[in-house]
Design a protein around this ligand. Structure first.
Ligand code: KG4
Ligand code: ZN
Length: 337
């Protein structure tokens, strides 16, 4: 079965052709980084308008890359949640048009489950596992039962992990997106120069939740307070100490979730899963077995959408042309009394 996957949930405009949920036949990932860089973050209005301009060209190039005509497609898959509503609507409307025009079945795909499916385009991964999705928009620790369902154990109560990297990078004048710049600069700094706080949300309902707002404020506005005075207050030292704090607090929750659930397999995804300190630290836990997709499949891409859709189609799922988008996943956050 040859499925076309459309992904426009944030600032990547991507279309891919995947065979039987496994083999990437063709893929185009067009990033809007240059469009958003002047604003040091994704501007939703610019994102949706850029998707509108790009999507049909990206679709055509993906088919060219696959070397097949549109008539060879068997189904159309599209990310409909979670993400920026205006951006999701562009991908969805385009996917509806293609599905209607070609008379093909249409299926909606959850972006979080798609990220956690991504490594399966490159290797065999057994369910269940712990999912760790860390990007500019998401920070999620989940128990993933199969391709179709997951239980969100923890998430951020404020900023996403990648967002914190981007904001700190902006403060240090490192450009946008800042995660990779911090990662690089941190390799020349001393992570012990500053002792940044972890807002301990370890009790009750927050056992696996994280918070990045306080850490960001500590770096941006209260640096003095966390400075270990024997060290130099250099940018590299700030970057290394921030990176250590941001990743340590996340991995503390992952280790806790693994111990509580008895799951040792951790499937990571999202841009921050490329972070070298995160990978090194996860590797230092012999009780965990960390699995990452290749760098291209870590970030947003149409292949993970088409790959997961194969399984949805396989169990008979179909959506109609009344399909809508949702900025958040149902049950994304546990409700509070
Ligand atoms: O998954 P992604 O490409 O896009 C979405 O947010 O959906 O993730 C981008 C995020 C940005 O916040 C970026 O700064 C961060 O991932 N990032 C990193 C690294 N590479 C990308 N953060 C830390 N270390 C990295 N090496
Ligand atoms: Zn994503």
């Amino acid at each position: 079965m040859i499925v076309l996957g459309v992904e426009t949930s944030c600032d990547e405009c991507s279309v891919a052709v995947v065979e039987d949920g496994k083999r990437i036949v063709g893929q185009v990932i067009a990033t809007q980084i240059d469009e958003h860089a002047p604003y040091s973050g994704v501007v939703p209005e610019i994102a949706s308008r850029t998707h509108t301009e790009w999507i049909s060209g990206v679709f055509q190039r993906a088919l060219d890359d696959a070397g097949i005509p549109a008539s060879d497609l068997d189904g159309i898959a599209v990310t409909t949640r979670p993400g920026l509503s205006g951006s999701l609507v562009v991908g969805l409307s385009f996917a509806k048009g293609i599905a209607f025009g070609l008379g093909l079945p249409l299926i909606s795909v959850d972006h979080v489950l798609a990220h956690l499916y991504a490594p399966q385009l490159e290797m065999e991964v057994e369910y269940p596992f712990l999912g760790l999705l860390v990007s500019g928009g998401h920070t999620i620790i989940a128990r993933v039962a199969d391709q179709f369902s997951m239980e969100i154990l923890g998430t951020t109560i404020d900023d996403a992990c990648g967002e914190a990297f981007d904001k700190v990078a902006k403060h240090l004048d490192l450009g946008y997106p800042g995660g990779i710049a911090i990662d690089r600069l941190a390799s020349t700094g001393d992570p012990l120069a500053f002792n940044f706080p972890d807002a301990s949300l370890h009790k009750g309902d927050h056992r696996y939740d994280v918070s990045y707002s306080g850490l960001k404020t500590a770096v941006v506005n209260q640096l003095e307070q966390f400075w270990n005075r024997d060290y130099e207050k250099s940018k590299a030292n700030i970057a290394a100490s921030f990176q250590k704090a941001a990743i340590d607090l996340l991995l503390k929750r992952v280790v806790r979730a693994a111990a509580d659930t008895g799951l040792r397999r951790v499937v990571a995804g999202g841009g921050v899963a490329a972070n070298s300190y995160l990978r090194r630290s996860l590797g230092e836990h012999p009780e965990l077995d960390a699995i990452y997709p290749s760098l291209e499949l870590c970030t947003d891409n149409g292949a993970m959408v088409a790959g997961l859709a194969y399984h949805l189609f396989g169990r008979g799922d179909r959506d109609d042309l009344a399909l809508d988008v949702s900025a958040r996943v149902p049950g994304f956050r546990r409700t509070y009394p």
